[in-house]
Design a protein around this ligand. Structure first.
Ligand code: ASP
Length: 410
């Protein structure tokens, strides 16, 4: 039995454990929260890998690309796909929230003791914050955009003189292999960790699903899964094998779903796109930058939340106002970090911008963990598909990639 289990592919193991975790969560209930430190251990271990993985992966990846200008060209395309996904997320959000009107007639009270703490940043502040004063600090703080800035600069300069510094290139190449080995060792426990995290999430938050917010939660799940499915369709429309993409992206996506952190799923997502034939430098760059600036799932969630809260307060929002909110959500998401509840923290800014009471955030706080799961999954889908699509448009996908096979073969 153990042998058979070990022969299963990691995504299948994860799915099985998540289903078992779900059932345990339903039956065991809130008591499971005592196991949270164990779940946190796994999340911390994969977050630790994020910091280790980016520099060697980007430097060795960039050095292996023959034409460095290609990175800029493909990078622009990746960002264009991100923008398209934001528009898609905004459209689906507005359609669903107006169709189902989850907040109309609600009688929910804001939890006692809840106070609103604003979080905001202008675009120029964001831009200037990309350059770190101290790179060591950037790594210590885990500031992804700053880490990416340092890594790309280092990688570009190494690439420019790679013939003169073969030892540096070899060092990063070999370091990259060691770190990938570490990652795969940690990922061996991911099915059990994912199952445990699922059990805790359902055990602790489960009863809220049955409450007044059921339709709101349903819209979140339907919308996010629909958007994830759109990602698969767009990969298909770009002439690639949708089944191959879907099967491979499931692994980082389920890690994202259960950890509620797209940052934690980043190493697995880098592996996913490189396995699917995207050159390592471009794959690492695409999904890492996407991890912070591309959060289609979160922008969908925020747009739905704002209109939902307006409905719950009995405030009418015009279609134009809703569109402005949805697009502002996209802009706001550019500076968010892929951690659990990252999107909730900045929701108050959007509410205030829309002239709604920021305390409205309190209406959904009880179920935020439950709706964080599908939005994080969707964020990860978006990063992977944009990187893959842009690479395909530039003809960079490896010839033996399963994405280029007409029929899916294991
Ligand atoms: N949990 C999300 C992520 O990690 C961020 C959010 O709260 O929306 O991508």
């Amino acid at each position: 039995m153990w042998k058979k289990w070990n022969s299963l592919n990691l995504s299948v193991q994860i799915i099985i454990c998540v289903i078992i975790g779900f059932l345990i969560g339903v039956f065991a209930g809130e008591e499971l929260s005592v196991l949270s430190p164990l779940g946190d251990m796994f999340i911390k271990a994969i977050q630790m890998m994020v910091i280790l993985i980016i520099v060697p992966s980007i430097v060795s990846g960039f050095c292996s690309v023959d034409n460095p200008a290609q990175l800029g060209k493909t990078g622009v395309k990746i960002i264009a796909v991100f923008a398209f996904m934001y528009v898609l997320a905004a459209t689906v959000a507005i359609v669903l929230v107006n169709l189902f009107k989850p907040g109309v007639g609600m009688q929910i009270v804001i939890p006692e003791g809840y106070t609103y703490e604003p979080v905001s940043q202008t675009f120029l502040q964001l831009l200037s914050s990309i350059v770190p004063k101290n790179p060591v600090q950037a790594f210590a703080d885990g500031n992804l955009l700053q880490i990416l800035f340092v890594s790309v600069l280092l990688a570009c300069c190494t690439t420019l003189i790679k013939d003169k510094v073969p030892a540096v290139v070899t060092f990063f190449d070999q370091l990259n292999s060691v770190i990938m080995k570490m990652l795969s060792a940690i990922m061996r426990v991911s099915p059990y960790a994912a199952g445990l995290l699922m059990a805790i999430a359902i055990g602790v938050n489960g009863p809220a699903i049955l409450g007044d917010l059921a339709i709101f939660i349903l819209i979140m799940y339907v919308g996010q899964f629909l958007l994830a499915f759109c990602n698969v369709l767009v990969v298909g429309a770009a002439g690639m094998n949708m089944v191959a993409y879907f099967r491979r992206v499931l692994e980082p996506a389920i890690i994202a779903f259960t950890t509620r952190s797209s940052l934690a799923a980043l190493p697995a997502n880098i592996e996913c796109v490189t396995d699917l034939g995207v050159p390592r430098g471009i794959g690492t760059f695409g999904v890492t930058i996407g991890n912070t600036i591309n959060m289609g799932g979160t922008s969908f969630y925020q747009a739905v939340c704002v209109v939902f809260i307006a409905q719950a307060y009995g405030i009418e929002m015009s279609l134009t106002q809703q569109i402005i909110v949805a697009l502002s959500a996209a802009v706001l998401c550019v500076s968010l970090v892929g951690i659990p509840g990252g999107g909730l923290a900045s929701l108050g800014v959007l509410l205030a911008g829309a002239g709604l009471p920021p305390e409205g955030v309190g209406l959904i706080i009880a179920v935020d963990a439950i709706v964080d799961m599908p939005r994080t999954l969707n964020n990860v889908f978006g990063d992977a598909s944009a990187t893959i699509i842009a690479s395909k448009l530039d003809g960079l996908i490896a010839a033996d990639s399963p994405l280029l096979r007409r029929k899916y073969k294991k």
